[in-house]
Design a protein around this ligand. Structure first.
Ligand code: ZN
Ligand code: ZN
Length: 406
């Protein structure tokens, strides 16, 4: 019996095995390509002279960089579980409206010498006293090491990357994926821009092919002067890392951009801390502040501001007009995507702060900011009372500001 059955079953088995083999091969190949993609995006760690310089920073804590103000560690397990659970209105039902822009829009110098254009998330094009700066550029499809997995952008980039005007420098705040986007850095290489980055971040840039001669690494309060423009690295309360094994291996920073006529401040990513007051005292007042208002939650209360604390920071910084950043492009938290501007409007009104809430691609002249008009849909959101975000370790008497900064 077995002799007659064997020849009949063997070809089938062989075919199945061959099919499975081909499938595994194809999966491995695709997996390999995707992994190579992600592997490249994870960047690399600092070594040699770069690492030695990092270790000399007052911010170096032995294993990595440390915030001067103590932090409550984010509750990552609960945060991830709740993020995966999903929620109402965290992403728009249809792409939000954008203003499509082209290089011609930036050919003429802005009236009054200062114009700020929101290109989505924390990507700002700042035209200031004859200079043009770009912050945390992200043109990539996802805020993730992978091109096929991770938070996907809500809207197309309002300005094609190749339409960017000539840049004085690109300023990077830290190495998280939504601020340091590998495909964007690689695409920007065609224009060979100059980079100003916090300590350690240059290692990633070099790994992706940026000429070290075009990278300047800075510690807090270091400043770089370019043709009359002062670019000052200022403190922030945050963290860094791209792999899960490199937490705080590179520094995070905010930036003050100081021209002969105008001053602006860009916060990068930060929780609320007393350092804002010192930045305001030393480098303010600012014609405009760009402050993050999205991706907040009390579960990670020391690493993102949220709208109410952003308004408070604007006051500490001695800002004139506040522009919100870090919202409206990626779903990185648990709140409705329209909650940041709704809460910001109320908080700004309550505190008497002038705020401009541009749509992606819209330019703002801080000397004559547009009225706040709701361009996003009206939908249910949680209020500041229902879901407050309050940073830890704040000395409400505010006497500790100097003590915590040094
Ligand atoms: Zn971050
Ligand atoms: Zn971020």
């Amino acid at each position: 019996m077995s002799e007659t059955k064997t020849p009949a079953t063997r070809p089938w088995r062989r075919r199945i095995l061959r099919g499975l083999g081909a499938l595994c091969g194809a999966l491995l190949l695709v997996g390999g390509v995707l992994l190579a993609d992600a592997w490249n995006a994870m960047g690399t760690s600092a070594d040699g002279a770069r690492l030695e310089r990092m270790k000399e920073s007052p911010r170096w804590g032995g294993e990595g960089f440390v915030n001067p103000m103590p932090m409550v560690e984010p509750e990552l397990m609960e945060a991830t579980a709740r993020w995966l659970e999903g929620g109402d209105h965290r992403t728009p039902e249809s792409p939000p409206p954008i203003e499509r822009r082209a290089r011609a829009d930036f050919e003429a110098a802005p009236e009054g010498g200062l114009r700020i254009t929101w290109l989505g998330h924390s990507t700002m094009l700042v035209e200031l006293d004859g200079h043009t700066l770009l912050t945390d550029p992200i043109w990539g499809e996802r805020s993730s090491p992978s091109s096929w997995l991770g938070p996907k952008r809500f809207h197309a980039p309002p300005l094609p990357l190749e339409e960017l005007p000539e840049l004085t420098a690109v300023l990077i705040s830290h190495d998280h994926y939504d601020h340091l986007d590998t495909p964007t850095i690689e695409a920007l290489e065609a224009r060979a821009p100059r980079y100003l980055v916090p300590l350690g971040v240059g290692a990633h840039l070099e790994y992706w092919g940026v000429d070290p001669a075009r990278i300047t690494e800075v510690d807090w309060w270091d400043e770089v002067e370019i043709d009359g423009l002062r670019l000052v690295s200022t403190p922030a309360r945050h963290f860094s890392g791209r792999t899960g094994f490199d937490k705080d291996a590179t520094l995070w920073t905010s930036w003050a951009m100081i021209g002969p006529e105008h001053r602006v401040y860009f916060c990068g990513d930060t929780g609320y801390f007393h350092g804002f007051r010192e930045i305001g005292e030393r480098l303010g007042p600012f014609d405009a502040t760009m402050l993050e208002v999205g991706a907040y939650n009390q579960l990670w209360r020391d690493v993102h501001l949220g709208p109410e604390q952003a308004v408070r920071a604007h006051g500490d910084l001695r800002g004139e007009v506040m522009l919100p950043v870090h919202w409206g492009t990626f779903d990185l938290a648990l709140h409705a995507w329209t909650e940041p501007p709704e809460r910001l409007r109320l908080a700004a009104e309550r505190e008497g702060v002038r705020v401009a809430i541009p749509r992606p691609g819209q330019s703002v002249l801080p000397s004559s900011p547009p009225d706040v008009a709701r361009w996003w849909p009206t939908q249910p959101v949680q209020t500041a009372d229902e879901a407050p975000v309050v940073a830890s370790h704040l000395d409400e008497r505010a006497l500790g500001a100097a003590a915590v900064m040094h």
